[in-house]
Design a protein around this ligand. Structure first.
Ligand SMILES: [Zn+2]
Length: 457
């Protein structure tokens, strides 16, 4: 199969009239810039590598908009009240409903140009808290949902033991809990089997947070980072930092770097509240931070020190987390604007050698995202031997059609909307074309049915 794109983004800028040939499995076999059409399908669009979603809790899609009503003077209206609402949803979902919610969510991600998702998955057990016969029942449903939607998935079964620093798990957390590290390893093994059922699924490891895992267990689990991407929530909320200091006498990132050999396979989710030493430690360890700007804004978390981190060559990626926002470019905008509002400057993504904000944001977040998936790190956006995963923007959109090469990425990052996406490809096939997902009707119908059953909206 041959495609001729009007233009394709490379690390060196845009190339025009690029013909990409894929084999029967969607792997790129040839890339020819300045090519003639021949027998290729012509695509009047600008192709970017498919976006990488480095942090997702699929079930939380069911609760978007459900935690915004407050009783004045009565409800705390903070992260922790949101978490109570999230626990209620987590306690309500059956495996079939989990699959239907995730399939809908993943289809929506594809419509927004995401082609890979790292699923940070912690709703493991049945509603009574008892493990399913298949320990990875829920994880397997997420893999099935990814296959139905046509997105690549890295399943991250999450190790979760406690209800807070020095606290036993509470009854609301009963679906999440592994009694010991040995129990977690059994779950991890079962999850490793589940990902074999879909050729675009892979496995990674995760611990929920310092507050949810005992010291010695976290140190043991982190050794999985020698082989797998290892994801961990950290320093999201001020309260969490105060609790960590009270319990360990150290801040979360400080504790982590004092007890664990942190390497480039670590993906620290949020890392919102870092002091100078922590910014330095994370950047120099080559660990990644996963930023989730729409969720962090929605939950009132705070602002990550991106500029300081980037000045130290810190590595980062983007996640949709609570799913309150699914637009990748919107995430980049929110991230940048929070920095601008704080600093009164407009050069968040500038480096010593490149001043092209949109390109820098796309490039850095994409490579960080690939790493979060556990994919062998690519040198280039599109390369022979890799699958053709792409999001294609409509060349008929007048703003884009008239943008110079220099301003094309900036036009996309700072002003494109979902409606400007012509389509999304995974494995060299259109999964979304002209705004329609290939399995739209069925995925929508089953999602609506499941949400009516859950009856919480
Ligand atoms: Zn999260």
């Amino acid at each position: 199969m041959n495609y001729l794109f009007k233009a394709v983004l490379t690390e060196k800028g845009w190339q025009e009239n690029v013909r990409i040939t894929v084999d029967g499995s969607g792997t790129i076999t040839k890339i020819c810039p300045d090519a003639a059409g021949g027998n290729a399908e012509y695509i009047h669009g600008y192709a970017l590598p498919g976006f990488q979603n480095a942090h997702s809790h699929a079930f939380q899609y069911a609760m978007c908009g459900l935690a915004e009503c407050f009783s004045p003077g009565n409800t705390p209206g903070n992260f922790w009240s949101w978490r109570d609402a999230m626990y209620r949803v987590a306690l309500a979902i059956s495996p079939e409903q989990m699959e239907n919610i995730a399939a809908m969510l993943y289809a929506e991600m594809l419509k927004n140009g995401y082609t890979s998702v790292a699923e940070f998955h912690y709703v493991h057990h049945d509603v009574s808290g008892k493990p399913y016969g298949n320990l990875s029942e829920m994880g397997e449903r997420l893999v099935a949902a990814a296959e139905r939607a046509g997105i690549r998935i890295t399943l991250l079964p999450v190790f979760y033991c406690k209800g807070g620093f020095g606290k036993a798990a509470n009854i609301m957390q009963r679906r999440f809990i592994s009694a010991s590290y040995q129990d977690y390893l059994q779950l991890f093994d079962a999850s490793s089997v589940s990902v074999k059922y879909y050729r675009n699924a892979s496995i990674g490891a995760a611990a929920h947070s310092l507050r949810a895992v005992e010291e010695r267990d976290l140190i043991a689990a982190s050794l999985l980072s020698a082989v797998y991407p290892f994801h961990l929530h950290i320093s999201e909320q001020q309260q969490e930092i105060e609790d960590c200091i009270a319990y360990y006498g150290q801040r979360p990132v400080e504790w982590l770097y004092n007890h664990v050999e942190v390497n480039e396979n670590f993906h620290l989710i949020h890392a919102t509240h870092l002091n100078d030493d922590e910014v330095k430690a994370v950047a120099s360890s080559k660990a990644h931070v996963v930023l989730c700007p729409s969720t962090e804004g929605n939950l009132g978390d705070g602002r990550f020190r991106l500029k300081d981190f980037r000045n130290r060559k810190g590595r980062w990626s983007i996640g949709s987390d609570s799913q309150i926002g699914l637009g990748y470019l919107e995430e980049l905008r929110i991230l940048d604007y929070a920095q601008r509002i704080h600093s009164h400057r407009r050069d968040t993504f500038v480096t010593g050698t490149s001043g092209n904000s949109g390109f820098n944001a796309l490039e850095e977040s994409w490579f960080g995202g690939k790493k979060a998936m556990g994919t062998p790190i690519a040198d280039t956006f599109f390369e022979v031997g890799a699958p053709l995963d792409a999001v294609v923007f409509d060349a008929n959109w007048p703003l884009l059609a008239t943008a110079s090469e220099k301003n094309r990425c900036n036009t996309l990052v700072y002003s494109a909307q979902q409606r400007h996406i012509l389509g999304t490809m995974t494995d060299g096939k259109w999964v979304v074309k002209d705004g329609i997902h290939f399995s739209e009707e069925e995925i929508n119908r089953l999602f609506v049915r499941s949400l009516h059953e859950i009856n919480m909206r």
